[in-house]
Design a protein around this ligand. Structure first.
Ligand code: SF4
Ligand code: SF4
Length: 61
């Protein structure tokens, strides 16, 4: 599945909710920012978009 996952780095506060939410470990926290490390695993479930408290994740199919 071809999917693009964008994070607005400026507004990400590194809370880690996306890491805890994603069922397939797409995200890691590096230097207090979320980084997409496994985009190929994404299931397009949208849980990260919904759960990010700052609304900075966009999953685009
Ligand atoms: S849930 Fe949102 S604010 Fe928190 S680390 Fe992930 S992208 Fe950043
Ligand atoms: S859409 Fe689902 S599978 Fe894809 S990165 Fe977000 S939480 Fe993970």
């Amino acid at each position: 599945m071809l999917v693009e996952i964008k994070i607005d780095e400026e507004k990400c506060d590194g809370c880690g909710t996306c890491v805890d939410t994603c069922p397939v470990e797409v995200f890691e926290i590096k230097e207090e920012k979320s980084v997409v490390v496994n985009p190929d695993e994404c299931l397009v479930c949208m849980a990260c978009e919904v759960q990010c408290p700052n609304g900075v994740i966009k999953v685009i199919e």
